[in-house]
Design a binder for this molecule. Structure first.
Ligand code: AVI
Length: 315
């Protein structure tokens, strides 16, 4: 169980209460990542059917030197949503660059501690910023000393934003950077529906556990009464929006309460709570999204087999 500070707990309670009362009902996917959710996500990354993490790490290892080649002297790196820091370490190991300061941004303090320990031997200085992407973007400029900065936004985290919100976030990243900097963006690409469904509804049911864990978290932290056996995991491909949607579908007519906000909801049999969207991109669309957000030229490294792209945007 995580002990959230009172402000974070109040926000968690307010956001889930608001989203559970929408039509259709929703839960924000950012709340998947308590310690158990983070461990389940790490297990997902090991699944043979979920290729994003392995594909991205392989691209970083194979092309790291190329990716950082414009930065001959020393540079700084910052990673939004660094998690345990393993991808950053791959880039540091293969990047053939002198990295001075690394700024690590993540909601989870446990993840930041892990990332700091991994990155510290490979950089002169490590700064950790615990908070949302927006908190991190506000604080990054005050930790700069005039060296070029490459900002990393990896793991297809961009895919968990709808296309309009992704545009707003890319713009915010662009506003934080200055000429001579760059953004390295990792984004998952469209691929056969069968492969997508296996990635988000795996035969070992790890993704199902990851999805249902959000209800367990609400029960433990906010006094929820969700019956975990009363919901099944469903992943579907929304071809029009080009996104995988994850849902928790109620298997019967049932009432759930959340004590923290005195919420009571009645779920019909078959009614779903939409918990996550993972938008998939075409390579050209990523280049266009960068240009629309005000970035300069984009260069791409693509794993055609796994259908995953790394794109470096110049500022
Ligand atoms: C973190 N994020 C990019 C993952 C994704 O692929 O959307 C989260 C995830 N959801 C289910 N499996 C993995």
């Amino acid at each position: 169980m995580v002990i959230l500070d009172p402000e974070a707990r109040a926000l968690f309670a307010a956001e889930i209460t608001d989203s559970l009362q929408r039509t259709p009902r929703e839960l924000p996917s950012k709340y998947f990542y308590d310690p158990l959710g983070t461990a389940l996500f790490e297990a997902i990354c090991q699944l043979p059917w979920y290729r994003i993490t392995r594909s991205e790490s392989a691209l970083l290892a194979r092309h790291g030197a190329d990716i950082l080649s414009p930065y001959r002297g020393s540079l700084d790196l910052a990673e939004l949503g660094c998690g345990g820091g393993s991808k950053l370490v791959t880039l540091l190991e293969y990047g053939e660059a002198t990295v001075s300061r690394v700024q690590l941004i993540d909601l989870s303090r446990a993840a930041l501690d892990m990332a700091r320990a991994l990155v510290a031997p490979l950089a002169s200085e490590v700064v950790t910023l615990a908070g949302s992407y927006e908190d991190g973007l506000l604080r990054v400029p005050s930790h700069r000393d005039g060296r070029p900065l490459v900002m990393l936004f990896l793991g297809s985290n961009i895919g968990n934003f709808d296309r309009e919100s992704a545009h707003v976030l890319l713009r915010r990243i662009r506003e934080t950077l200055v000429p001579g900097d760059a953004l390295l963006l990792g984004a998952d690409l469209t691929k056969p529906t069968r492969d997508l469904l296996l990635a988000y509804d795996d035969p070992l049911q790890v993704t199902a556990a990851f999805n249902r864990n959000i209800l367990r978290r609400i029960n433990d932290e906010l006094g929820g009464t969700f019956d975990l056996d009363g919901f099944v995991h469903r992943a579907c491909w929304n071809a029009r929006e080009r996104r995988i949607e994850m849902h928790l579908v109620s298997t019967r007519r049932q009432v759930a309460r959340v004590a923290a906000t005195d919420l009571e909801i009645l779920l019909e049999s078959g009614e779903s709570i939409w918990t996550e969207s993972s938008y998939k991109y075409e390579p050209d669309e990523i280049l266009a999204a960068g240009a629309a957000a005000g970035f300069g030229r984009g260069e791409q490294w693509i794993d055609e087999a796994a259908r995953f792209a790394l794109t470096r945007f110049a500022v």
